[in-house]
Write a protein that binds this ligand. Structure first.
Ligand SMILES: *[C@@H]1O[C@H](CO)[C@@H](O)[C@H](O)[C@H]1NC(C)=O
Ligand SMILES: *[C@@H]1O[C@H](CO)[C@@H](O)[C@H](O)[C@H]1NC(C)=O
Ligand SMILES: *[C@@H]1O[C@H](CO)[C@@H](O)[C@H](O)[C@H]1NC(C)=O
Ligand SMILES: *[C@@H]1O[C@H](CO)[C@@H](O)[C@H](O)[C@H]1NC(C)=O
Ligand SMILES: *[C@@H]1O[C@H](CO)[C@@H](O)[C@H](O)[C@H]1NC(C)=O
Ligand SMILES: *[C@@H]1O[C@H](CO)[C@@H](O)[C@H](O)[C@H]1NC(C)=O
Ligand SMILES: *[C@@H]1O[C@H](CO)[C@@H](O)[C@H](O)[C@H]1NC(C)=O
Ligand SMILES: *[C@@H]1O[C@H](CO)[C@@H](O)[C@H](O)[C@H]1NC(C)=O
Ligand SMILES: *[C@@H]1O[C@H](CO)[C@@H](O)[C@H](O)[C@H]1NC(C)=O
Ligand SMILES: *[C@@H]1O[C@H](CO)[C@@H](O)[C@H](O)[C@H]1NC(C)=O
Ligand SMILES: *[C@@H]1O[C@H](CO)[C@@H](O)[C@H](O)[C@H]1NC(C)=O
Ligand SMILES: *[C@@H]1O[C@H](CO)[C@@H](O)[C@H](O)[C@H]1NC(C)=O
Length: 451
């Protein structure tokens, strides 16, 4: 060990630390070469125009100090090797080059480079030198081009996030290798990566320990394998906004652990039937906007009592708003907009007292807004525009303490507006195209806009 001659001093130091502040961590000293490598990394992103930001953001990285004490650097408690590097959101600016000293930090286990600006450079295949990586995050870091197939050599990866990089492409051969070799993956996020060429049946080879899969806006084409929905370890599935993605959502039984399911803006068929969720289900968030929903039997909601967010907008549903919604007492987000719902304003939603967001806009709902809307003590946003609602606006609407955005345009409301009871938190109010008259009450809002 290179610091052998120092050992007595270190022991002495430890002794004093143990006496004076037993809670201090073991003193770790950063290996010289790894400290230098980190300084090189800092330097390589300092030459950009935003250099002043970089110095500010990584100002603790100073020559002659122990790199294990630097912001975002984690060292192994025994060997001192740099095993974690987190520069997420440090405003690094500049290309990620193959000659970067980053790739000499082979002891790294966690590498978070997300929320930086690597100037549209490619992901160097040299990432495959970091064989001990369990977590790699390049989300929102402005990398582009082909994802190198060498990523599949990182067989210890548990978390892989390449999402939200414009112009990043993942070819089917690379994806197949990734899927077959990363057998420990628990969280995979490739949202907005262009995966148009990927053969979807290869998804079936994804690690059985996968608990979170995010493939939003990936240009996926073809049939999504049923088998994925039935994965007993899968807890989050977000495949929104893939217009050419087909397949069908199978019935669920009690064995699923899914709490988040988002299929909005896909062509996946969802057959709503009575026993769609045949037993009380763990689902908390369900997003089925503008997908291929068939049938309109909402009784299945009866087994989704844990739901906090539900989006059924844009599906051409007919008839009354389903009374079975009333049982979903934990809902804080409900979007039923852009359907063909008719009938009276659904009193049942007034039972959902935790709602923060409610949209019934663009339907054919008639009748008055009941005074029970005063029950929405947390309501933040209310969208009722484009309906056939009429009558006076209930005073209770103007005493909601949290209301910020309210859109009531294109209805048949009439009469005068009430004064607000409390100091209003309103930021925007739209009352356009109604039959209202009288003055606008002075209390309605201090600093808001009118539509
Ligand atoms: C990196 O740091 C940010 C905060 O700066 C934190 O949100 C993020 O979770 C960290 N990443 C990892 C992998 O721990
Ligand atoms: C690394 O490569 C880039 C581009 O290929 C080059 O501009 C830069 O000078 C190189 N840096 C070092 C330290 O060799
Ligand atoms: C990688 O991890 C293994 C097992 O934990 C360890 O034996 C090895 O030394 C590590 N390699 C590096 C370069 O840190
Ligand atoms: C990657 O980083 C982004 C932004 O910091 C974060 O939202 C995301 O959860 C991270 N991904 C993983 C898998 O931890
Ligand atoms: C899979 O990972 C192992 C190392 O665990 C490596 O030897 C092998 O080449 C990898 N295969 C592919 C297809 O990347
Ligand atoms: C899954 O991987 C195995 C090799 O590990 C391969 O033989 C099989 O074809 C793959 N299946 C799919 C659906 O890609
Ligand atoms: C639930 O469905 C899965 C997959 O179809 C099946 O393996 C399992 O046996 C079913 N469990 C029950 C309790 O029906
Ligand atoms: C809810 O689950 C129970 C138990 O599996 C089942 O008997 C019932 O039909 C389900 N209810 C609905 C509305 O699907
Ligand atoms: C509304 O809530 C009340 C009391 O909380 C409850 O008795 C009633 O059954 C609920 N109505 C519906 C339709 O769920
Ligand atoms: C909407 O509902 C009305 C009845 O309220 C019905 O006549 C009409 O055909 C429906 N429109 C569509 C597009 O389903
Ligand atoms: C809703 O408000 C009405 C009065 O406006 C009240 O009688 C009723 O108990 C409230 N319901 C809930 C569930 O809070
Ligand atoms: C309303 O705001 C004024 C001043 O901004 C404050 O004095 C008053 O206590 C507030 N009233 C309520 C009911 O919050």
């Amino acid at each position: 060990m290179e610091f052998t001659w120092l050992s007595p001093f270190i022991c002495l130091l430890l002794y004093f630390q143990a006496i004076c502040s037993p809670s201090l961590p073991f003193p770790i000293l950063c290996p010289h070469d790894q400290g230098l490598a980190l300084l090189q990394i800092k330097k390589s992103f300092s030459t950009s125009t935003s250099a002043s930001f970089v110095h500010h953001e990584l100002e603790s990285w100073k020559e002659g100090t122990d790199c294990c004490s630097w912001n975002g650097v984690e060292c192994d408690t025994e060997t001192g090797h740099v095993i974690g590097l987190n520069v997420s959101g440090r405003m690094l600016h500049g290309a990620l080059n193959s000659n970067s000293t980053l790739f000499s930090l082979t002891h790294l286990q966690t590498l978070d480079l997300s929320n930086n600006d690597f100037s549209g450079s490619h992901i160097p295949s040299l990432f495959s030198h970091l064989l001990n990586l369990t977590c790699l995050n390049l989300s929102s870091s402005n990398v582009a081009g082909q994802v190198p197939s060498e990523i599949s050599l990182l067989s210890k990866l548990v978390f892989l996030d390449l999402s939200f990089n414009e112009n990043l492409v993942l070819e089917t051969t690379s994806f197949t290798k990734v899927v077959q070799n990363l057998t420990k993956l628990r969280e995979l996020s490739l949202s907005t990566v262009d995966m148009a060429s990927v053969a979807l049946h290869s998804l079936m080879n994804l690690s059985s320990s996968l608990s979170s899969l995010r493939l939003v806006s990936c240009a996926l084409q073809g049939k999504f394998p049923d088998e994925i929905f039935h994965r007993s370890n899968l807890q989050l599935l977000d495949i929104e906004d893939n217009k050419d993605l087909t397949g069908s959502l199978p019935r669920f039984n009690g064995s699923s652990r899914l709490w988040f399911l988002a299929l909005s803006f896909t062509s996946i068929s969802v057959y709503l039937e009575l026993d769609f969720f045949s037993s009380p289900h763990s689902l908390k968030e369900l997003y089925l906007s503008s997908c291929n929903v068939m049938g309109s039997n909402f009784a299945f909601l009866g087994n989704l009592t844990q739901l906090t967010r539900l989006d059924l907008s844009g599906n051409n549903f007919n008839g009354q708003i389903p009374p079975s919604l009333g049982i979903l007492e934990h809902l804080d987000f409900l979007d039923l907009s852009n359907n063909n719902f008719s009938g009276l304003f659904p009193f049942v939603v007034c039972n959902l007292t935790k709602l923060q967001f409610l949209s019934l806009s663009n339907n054919k709902i008639t009748g008055i807004i009941p005074s029970q809307v005063g029950n929405f003590s947390s309501l933040n946003q209310l969208y009722l525009f484009e309906n056939f609602l009429k009558g006076a606006l209930p005073p209770s609407l103007f005493s909601l303490p949290s209301l910020k955005y309210i859109f009531l345009g294109n209805n048949l409301f009439s009469g005068h507006l009430s004064q607000f009871q409390y100091n209003s938190s309103l930021k925007y109010i739209d009352l356009s195209s109604n039959l209202l008259d009288g003055p606008i009450p002075s209390s309605i809002c201090q600093s808001c806009q009118f539509g």
